[in-house]
Design a protein around this ligand. Structure first.
Ligand SMILES: Cc1cc2nc3c(=O)[nH]c(=O)nc-3n(C[C@H](O)[C@H](O)[C@H](O)COP(=O)(O)O)c2cc1C
Length: 246
């Protein structure tokens, strides 16, 4: 019971950290975190993910630029690219002289597996006292990321992950009420959904005001974000890396 409580505390303490001290993250720590993260459930035990640590300074600089100018990519104690990995499944099939029947499902299996692994990994690092920041900005220009890292076919880069010793404490960001994301028996009616949104807008407005950004709320950020197509071309990129969306 004590351990369970500790896990919940670590989860509730989460905040994305974007400023790190120069301390590197030792390999022993990374290995410990990865081993724990690998205990995440994985669809049919396929373990469809890969974690590529980027170590070369010029590569880190370039990735920070490609992510849209995110200096934490370069300044974190360790930076990783999280990828859905179907390559080893393909190699196993080829070695067995079997076919590999590609489909959207296989892309999803790897994406879901990689995400579960990544979130377990972040919790492990956070439990060990490190800070983390996911970097979806890597998907701004995946062909360039892919060229830089020479990823083989069947490996699908999804997002980056910064890990390091926090240089400051940005504090936690509030979330919607549990009842907004959890319902019993049926999905809530649109009016109920919007009521929850309004309630959360008030919470988010207070959060922003306290940080000197009065006038902002949550739903405004959402509709503005989705008013234009985000990162077009992803399907073409992933197909070029061997994904099928049939
Ligand atoms: C898949 C994913 C990609 C993200 N990409 C970025 C990113 O590129 N840059 C960044 O600063 N934060 C990124 N974040 C962090 C989110 O902005 C952050 O989790 C969210 O605003 C909630 O804040 P919190 O993590 O501090 O609770 C990403 C988070 C996720 C889950």
């Amino acid at each position: 019971m004590t351990d369970d409580k500790h896990v919940l505390e670590v989860m509730r303490r989460h905040r994305s950290v974007r400023a790190f001290t120069p301390e590197p993250v030792p390999d022993e720590v990374i290995e410990r975190a990865v081993e724990a993260a690998q205990c995440a459930a994985t669809s049919s035990w396929i373990q469809g993910y890969h974690l590529l640590q980027v170590t070369e300074r010029p590569h880190l600089q370039r990735l920070a630029e490609l992510a849209g100018g995110q200096p934490q990519v370069e300044t974190a104690g360790a930076f990783f690219v999280v990828a859905g990995d179907t390559r080893r499944h393909r190699l196993v099939a080829e070695r067995a002289g079997s076919s590999y029947e590609n489909s959207t499902e296989l892309f999803l299996l790897a994406t879901v597996d990689a995400s579960l692994f990544a979130q377990n990994l972040t919790l492990a690092f956070e439990a060990l006292g490190y800070g983390i920041c996911y970097v979806g900005g890597l998907r701004n220009d995946l062909p360039a990321v892919d060229d830089l890292l020479s990823l083989p076919s069947g490996v699908f880069p999804l997002f980056g992950l910064c890990v390091g010793v926090p240089a400051n404490d940005p504090g936690t960001r509030p979330r919607m009420a549990a009842r907004a994301v959890w319902s019993k028996g049926r999905y809530p009616a649109d009016g109920e959904v919007l009521e929850q949104v309004e309630a959360f807008d008030a919470v988010a407005a207070r959060y922003y005001t306290a940080r000197g950004a009065a006038g902002r709320n949550w739903s405004g950020g959402v509709w503005r974000k989705f008013a234009r197509a985000l990162r077009p071309g992803l399907r073409r990129f992933y197909e070029s890396k061997g994904a099928s969306f049939d």
